[in-house]
Design a protein around this ligand. Structure first.
Ligand SMILES: NC(=O)c1ccc[n+]([C@@H]2O[C@H](COP(=O)([O-])OP(=O)(O)OC[C@H]3O[C@@H](n4cnc5c(N)ncnc54)[C@H](O)[C@@H]3O)[C@@H](O)[C@H]2O)c1
Length: 261
């Protein structure tokens, strides 16, 4: 069964073969989806993205630079996507940023104003900005997905301003879902709260090994989740299997978030 045959979308956030967006793309491609990709316009990000996408067997991928903090970049990207790639059915928002100097225990209260605002801007407001543009090239409705973490619900020392940004992202999901759901738009907006994974963004937060160990010991399934398992839930949320699901944050964390002790 190909759950996403004939569906096209944009994947934001493949930095390399360890990114959550990489594993999501892997599972989307396996279900017949066609994907466009973006990379940060700095350093070796384009080359890394091309290498990662090639390893997934995508020949001649549609790739463009994108900076989430820039309205100009957002406008240019969506114009280019529509011109070259056409209408779309889904979006994967798998991007986040916070200055790692403030992702350390006992640093939250010292977060400077601009550091706080930048984290919210890139990690949460970008979902609003992307949705506002994506809806215009989703004439047949569709599905938008972002990635959160349990540190947006509970305090994880060191996750700090990123936790605040994730709380913002999850509630942004609900407000967007409300407005996007009407009969003219028929766009669903959901979020996956994924367990810890050793990625570039994950490494910025010092507590990764401790979180992985904790999930393996305390979660009902007594193990970390895999990137592919997050990808499988993305397939569900981006396909018609979840046609009555919107505004949700689904935990894919081996059940870790249900445990109190
Ligand atoms: N790794 C984890 O433990 C974990 C757990 C739960 C949720 N998440 C979330 O998953 C998502 C993907 O992160 P990841 O862990 O795969 O790390 P990653 O570093 O592989 O991906 C983060 C992506 O964000 C992009 N990005 C950062 N700033 C940007 C900007 N200004 N404009 C455009 N793109 C920008 C990066 O280029 C990169 O591709 C993030 O939302 C992250 O918070 C990660």
């Amino acid at each position: 069964m190909s759950l996403l045959q004939g569906k096209k979308g944009i994947v934001f956030g493949i930095a390399n073969e360890r990114s959550y967006a990489y594993f999501i793309t892997k599972q989307l491609l396996a279900q017949g989806a066609e994907c466009a990709f973006t990379h940060l316009p700095i350093g070796k990000m384009e080359a890394r993205l091309r290498k990662a996408v090639a390893s997934l067997g995508v020949e001649d991928p549609w790739i463009a630079p994108f900076e989430a903090g820039s309205d100009e970049s957002l406008d240019t990207l969506f114009t280019r996507v529509h011109d070259d790639f056409g209408d779309i059915d889904f979006v994967v928002h798998s991007i986040a940023f916070a200055d790692k100097d403030y992702l350390k225990p006992d640093m939250f209260h010292q977060t400077p104003r601009q550091t706080y605002l930048d984290a919210i801007d890139v990690s949460a407001f970008s979902l609003v900005a992307i949705t506002n543009r994506a809806m215009k090239i989703m004439p047949n409705g569709g599905s938008i997905l972002s990635l959160s973490f349990y540190g947006g619900e509970k305090v994880m020392p060191g996750y700090n301003v990123m936790g605040v940004a994730k709380a913002c992202l999850e509630h942004t999901t609900r407000y967007l879902a409300y407005e996007m759901g009407d009969a003219d738009r028929k766009i669903r907006v959901n979020c996956i709260s994924a367990g810890p994974l050793k990625t570039l963004a994950g490494a910025a937060f010092g507590g990764m090994d401790q979180m992985l160990e904790h999930q393996s010991k305390k979660s009902p399934l007594k193990r970390p989740n895999t990137g592919e398992e997050v990808g499988n839930t993305a397939v569900y949320l981006l396909s018609d299997l979840s046609s009555a699901v919107t505004g949700e944050t689904i935990h894919v964390d081996a059940g870790y978030s249900i445990v109190g002790l």
